[in-house]
Design a protein around this ligand. Structure first.
Ligand SMILES: Cc1cc2nc3c(=O)[nH]c(=O)nc-3n(C[C@H](O)[C@H](O)[C@H](O)COP(=O)(O)O)c2cc1C
Length: 433
């Protein structure tokens, strides 16, 4: 494509994302990245659709042992629960540890299952949330990253929590310099701190995802001040900062990019690709059950809230109707336990203990202040979404029975790629039986 400076304004108006390519590690990709969505919302099938179409798809390793049990019939969760059965009524979970060999085995199984099905020119990356501290944060993170590299993952996106030691942890791995490593940041300040460490290892990130305040999942902003930030400004500051530091690292904005034209605007600013997720939550290939996809499409703005229910301490955007917000269940750390801080604590355990202590005489109890996100995400009961969720209606067809047609990932991907002037092309109307 010609350099932007040689183009006329009228060209810019009719540009689409297909006029751009992401250059990463000597390879060229369609500049669409489907963001990681745990737990198994961004399935292998979803990630592989992006890969087949020349873009980049993420799988997520959130609760990977649970995901393997669902996909491959293993019994990691029940074995772990059995091992720690005597601890189930104990609010002190310090004893509950993941078996690192089993963790590596599950990670390799899940990643190679996905990588083995690649058929296009794109790539499959792993979203690796560092807030999944698993009661042994450094050791489990090292195992997760190394096992993913062993199994042939193309790239690892370090998310939620950004552990400054993460690069050091895997610096001895043979693929340390060949696997693509990216980071998700929400401020130049966080980026600068991470880069200081990276410089010492002479291993800079290969790409930087700048996630703004309108994204789904956990947010890197305060619960009360996220409205005061804008993705456009943070992207502009990041590009400016990298230029000043003489660093040529692709910048990938994320959060609220709803049309192909929204994406083009970022590429014209100097971004290299975009990361999107909410529009893909309703794809056929996405892991959410069909009823939940229908809830997402039916959502209106008033249904969306940014709350502090996640025990991670990070604000999270979700639909108010999320069943997880009404949980009163006993913590299931013996089976899951992915959010246990080192030392075996979790804000949900504390909230549950408080609720037990003030239980009504008839046995009713209400847990307030935190939800069990391990169970909530595993059961698809936490309906996290980007702020644009209420616009999903614009992207598909209403069927005669009142439900919504579920588009394929390819429908959504191609709409992002070819859309001009903010137009959204709905999928071809599904034939009714
Ligand atoms: C359902 C859902 C689950 C998500 N889960 C994760 C996750 O596990 N890890 C992560 O880093 N980001 C997660 N995100 C954030 C996305 O990867 C992505 O960066 C962001 O949502 C992009 O904004 P958009 O949804 O407005 O397109 C999630 C987003 C959604 C909608």
């Amino acid at each position: 494509m010609p350099p932007i400076s040689n183009l006329h304004v009228s060209d810019l108006n009719t540009m689409n994302l297909d006029n751009f390519r992401l250059q990463l590690g000597g390879k060229e990709y369609v500049p669409i990245v489907i963001g990681g969505m745990g737990v198994n919302i961004s399935t292998a099938e979803l990630a592989l659709s992006a890969e087949r179409l020349g873009g980049i798809g993420h799988i997520s390793d959130a609760e990977v042992m649970f995901v393997c049990d669902q996909l491959f019939g293993t019994s990691y969760v029940s074995e772990k629960r059995k091992k720690y059965a005597d601890n189930i009524n104990n609010p002190d979970k310090s004893l509950v540890q993941f078996d690192l060999e089993q963790l590596a085995e599950a990670q390799k199984r899940y990643v190679s299952h996905t990588i083995g099905q690649k058929s296009g020119n794109g790539a499959v990356f792993l979203n690796c949330m560092e807030k999944l501290t698993m009661n042994n944060s450094a050791a489990t993170l090292k195992v997760r990253m190394e096992a993913a590299m062993d199994a042939g993952i193309d790239g690892i996106t370090l998310a939620a929590g950004l552990n400054l030691r993460s690069l050091e942890l895997v610096s001895g791995h043979v693929r340390f310099r060949d696997v693509k490593i990216g980071i998700i940041i929400s401020s130049v300040r966080a980026l600068a701190i991470f880069l200081k460490r990276a410089v010492r290892l002479n291993r800079m990130p290969d790409y930087i995802v700048v996630e703004g305040p309108l994204a789904g999942g956990h947010l890197g902003f305060g619960p009360d001040d996220w409205q005061t930030y804008s993705l456009k400004s943070i992207v502009a500051e990041t590009i400016e900062f990298l230029k000043k530091e003489n660093l040529d690292i692709p910048v990938i904005p994320a959060g609220g990019i709803f049309t192909g034209t929204d994406a083009v605007e970022y590429l014209q600013m100097g971004a290299s690709a975009v990361q999107v997720a909410t529009r893909f939550t309703i794809a056929k290939e996405a892991g959410l059950p069909n009823e939940v996809k229908q809830h997402y499409i039916n959502a209106v703005d008033a249904d969306v809230e940014v709350n502090t229910a996640s025990p991670t301490g990070y604000p999270m955007r979700m639909l108010k109707q999320s069943p997880t917000l009404r949980y009163t269940m006993k913590p299931n750390c013996e089976g899951l336990g992915y959010l246990l801080e080192n030392g075996g604590t979790c804000a949900y355990i504390d909230a549950y203990q408080r609720a037990l202590e003030s239980k009504a005489p008839d046995g009713r109890m209400t847990v307030t202040g935190a939800t069990c996100l391990c169970t909530g995400m595993a059961r698809y009961d936490c309906w996290t979404c980007g702020s644009s969720v209420s616009r999903l209606k614009e992207t598909t067809n209403r069927l005669p029975d009142g439900s919504w047609q579920i588009p394929t990932a390819e429908d959504i991907f191609m709409d992002y790629l070819l859309s001009e002037e903010h137009a959204i092309r709905r999928p071809a109307l599904e034939k009714q039986p």
